[in-house]
Write a protein that binds this ligand. Structure first.
Ligand code: MEV
Length: 309
């Protein structure tokens, strides 16, 4: 008995952090994937040759709690999604692992996978939204919103918030990610914004404005208006900076990339991690990112969701 599935990383175009409070957000699956191979083992469950450990394999351990498999397993993961870079590496490993485990237990469905992957992320990371896990499961582009709209996929609720997840087609556009190399953990950044949000009406207004930007961004994407997409990305970045989740290295990369882009912003939790730019000249943007000390990835956004290898 064996299973081998992979799931993609993601890039958030609009709405990170605000989405935790139920505001809308848009993310795109990228062509960087995590693979998880599972076979039955003789004695104990191992991950990449080591006994499974709650500190090193927290997402995999939590994923194992979702399935009813008694026998020990040999789990092997491989990833080209950089970790701590805002590209959804923990969601990708969670989704790929759950897919392989469910294949073994004979029960695999996209919606169920997305729901369980969100539970895993919530348990390990603390407060979260389903954006990373739903994008990694479904692939393509995904929009989360308060209301059900066209191309509705599923909804997920937690603590009084409901996220409706939709499939989105986005125009063909070229994107470059710039990884600062500064690793930042999502949980503490989400907590930082939460403290600001709980104690300050100004923070609530910023979160709401980000929500409005996502709605405008969705229209601009549907109308293939990349100038407008870029403008809105720039504004989204300024608002995230006010929320305190930018970083001097992100600012350097964003400013450099903007010279040759429609727009650029941090993507994911911030505090380091990565930025993303939409551009007609990805090579030029990649060169600027490199010159400014970042690692560029020119990405293909035709990203397939979770799939069997
Ligand atoms: C992280 O990729 C996105 C955040 O909005 C957290 C979340 O939605 O779970 C910062």
């Amino acid at each position: 008995m064996k299973a081998n599935y992979s799931a993609p990383g993601k890039v958030i175009l609009f709405g990170e952090h605000a989405v935790v409070y139920g505001e809308p957000a848009i993310a795109v699956a990228v062509d960087k994937r995590t693979t998880c191979k599972v076979v039955q083992a003789e004695e104990e469950t191992t991950v990449n040759g080591y006994p499974i450990d709650k500190d090193y394999h927290s997402y995999i351990l939590e994923a194992l709690r979702c399935v009813d498999i008694d026998s020990p397993l040999k789990i092997v993961t491989k990833s080209d999604v950089p970790s701590g870079a805002g590209m959804g590496s923990s969601a990708a490993v969670t989704v790929a692992t759950l897919a392989s485990l469910h294949h073994i237990s004979g029960d695999l469905k996209e919606e169920r996978l997305a729901r369980e992957a969100f539970n895993v992320e919530w348990t390990v990371q603390g407060s979260a939204s389903p954006i990373d896990t739903s994008t990694s499961t479904h692939g393509n582009a995904v929009m989360l919103s308060k209301d059900k709209e066209e191309d509705f996929l599923w909804s997920i609720s937690r603590e009084g918030k409901e996220w409706n997840i939709h499939h989105r087609d986005i125009p063909e556009m070229q994107m470059v990610i710039g990884d600062t190399g500064v690793h930042a953990r999502t949980g503490p950044l989400v907590d930082k914004v939460r403290r600001f949000y709980m104690n300050n009406n100004f923070a609530k207004e910023i979160i709401e404005e980000i929500g409005n930007i996502v709605i405008e961004g969705s229209k601009a994407l549907a109308g293939e208006n990349l100038e407008r997409v870029g403008e809105l990305m720039d504004r989204n970045h300024e608002l995230l900076t006010i929320l305190g989740v930018s970083h001097p290295k992100l600012e350097r990369l964003v400013k450099g990339a903007r010279k040759y882009s429609y727009g650029a912003k941090l993507t994911g939790a911030g505090g380091g991690g990565s930025m993303v730019a939409v551009t007609d000249d990805p090579e030029k943007v990649a060169r600027v990112i490199k010159r400014r000390g970042g690692t560029p990835y020119i990405i293909d956004t035709t990203g397939e969701g979770v799939s069997e290898n």
